[in-house]
Unconditional design. Structure first.
Length: 395
């Protein structure tokens, strides 16, 4: 008779595994953040202050052996992804109480350094702190219609409390998202200090989303430099050609692996849809080439044919692509008449700027196909593309 050994194994629900939060974009995990009283905080500071803070922070009592707070800096040529400024990331690790003290001490050091190197004789009573936080907490921090952010601002009497704008990296498709954003806190020194304490405590008590120990942002900055977002108007009868997968044009767009969105409604009083194309600049160029070819090769329905309106489609040597831009971007891009003329000469195209709706401007780019596509991608510079909203709701 065989003996049967019976083992009672715990159910899956009873097994407690160490919690690891992985960031797809970063190789490091954040398991150590879950240690008792352990905290990790990041500040984004002006890149020109890096060497000064690196040198002077060593002498601060907040970083002695007793407090055991570790301070780290991103490398000199590695910046927090931003469209407006270059910022070095400073990371603090250690027991929560000592980390918070170290953050305040470093901010005071920076504030005094700015004052010493400015022409003003007295220290500015206002100060600014740029806290880095997990992007997954954006909705929680902002609140419904900005309610949480507004409450924090009013309770601490701040001048400014602002979450960094969507700089493109936060708009990557799932799996490629940049995992961090920044919160700018500006106001009087004492009020900023209390607001920083409040936000840091809020981040410390958050158990699900924590900052990882990554300090390398080169990959994201390289991507940011080549990333673009463009909106064009496409005649309604062409949409099926670029949307239905059985068509070669639609399949070509799928193969490019870019973000492609099509508005449900016509744009204004036109019979055209808004098509958003987003991705690396070279792929967006190829996508526009596919869309342009689809416009030129699709027959115009007889009921909607208008010789005057669509005559450019009959000319196989020329192309006309309507580009949709925010009105203020057009004003900045062509502030002077000479800039407008110079761009047309250098790119070999003609531009027709037509104000269609309150916030948008339609720019018709006409010329040979290759010149038109190059001109369109050049018109949307890295500085401007993030201001082209991804929303497809056009008033």
């Amino acid at each position: 008779m065989k003996a049967v050994l019976s083992l009672r194994l715990p159910t899956i629900s009873r097994i407690r595994l160490p919690k690891l939060v992985f960031h797809r974009s970063f190789s490091e995990h954040v398991e150590d953040v879950n240690q008792n009283n352990f905290s990790r905080v990041k500040l984004a500071v002006p890149s020109w202050s890096r060497e000064y803070l690196l040198k002077e922070s060593a002498s601060l009592p907040q970083f002695n052996e007793t407090n055991n707070v570790k301070i780290s800096f991103s490398t000199p040529d590695d910046y927090f992804p931003s469209m407006k400024r270059r910022e070095t990331v400073v990371m603090f690790e250690g027991e929560n109480k000592h980390v918070v003290d170290a953050v305040h001490a470093t901010n005071n050091l920076l504030r005094n350094y700015i004052s010493e190197n400015s022409k003003k004789t007295s220290i500015n009573p206002k100060t600014m702190v740029n806290l880095v936080f997990p992007a997954a907490l954006t909705k929680k921090l902002i609140g419904k219609q900005g309610a949480t952010l507004q409450t924090i601002k009013e309770q601490h009497n701040l001048d400014t409390l602002l979450v960094s704008q969507q700089n493109g990296l936060h708009n990557f498709r799932p799996g490629k998202s940049f995992t961090e954003r920044s919160l700018m806190i500006f106001g009087k020194e004492s009020e900023v200090k209390s607001a920083v304490d409040f936000v840091l405590n809020m981040l410390y008590e958050e158990t699900e989303h924590k900052l990882c120990d990554n300090l390398s942002y080169k990959h994201f900055n390289d991507t940011l430099e080549t990333w673009t977002r463009i909106k064009v108007l496409v005649p309604f009868y062409v949409i099926a050609t670029i949307k239905q997968t059985e068509n070669s044009a639609a399949q070509s767009l799928i193969d490019l692996d870019i973000i492609l969105r099509i508005s449900e409604k016509d744009y204004g009083y036109t019979r055209a849809k808004v098509v958003l194309v987003e991705g690396p600049r070279d792929k967006v160029f190829n996508a526009l080439q596919v869309i342009s070819s689809a416009i030129r090769s699709t027959d115009i329905p007889a009921l909607h044919f208008n010789t005057e309106k669509y005559e450019y489609l009959a000319d196989k040597n020329r192309n006309r692509l309507p580009l949709l831009l925010p009105g203020d971007v057009v004003s900045e891009r062509f502030g002077k008449r000479t800039e407008f003329v110079d761009f047309c000469k250098s790119s070999g195209v003609t531009l027709s700027v037509i104000q269609k709706l309150k916030n948008d401007t339609v720019v018709y780019v006409t010329g040979e196909e290759e010149n038109v596509l190059k001109a369109v991608t050049e018109l949307v510079s890295p500085l401007h593309y993030s201001r082209i909203k991804r929303s497809m709701l056009h008033e």
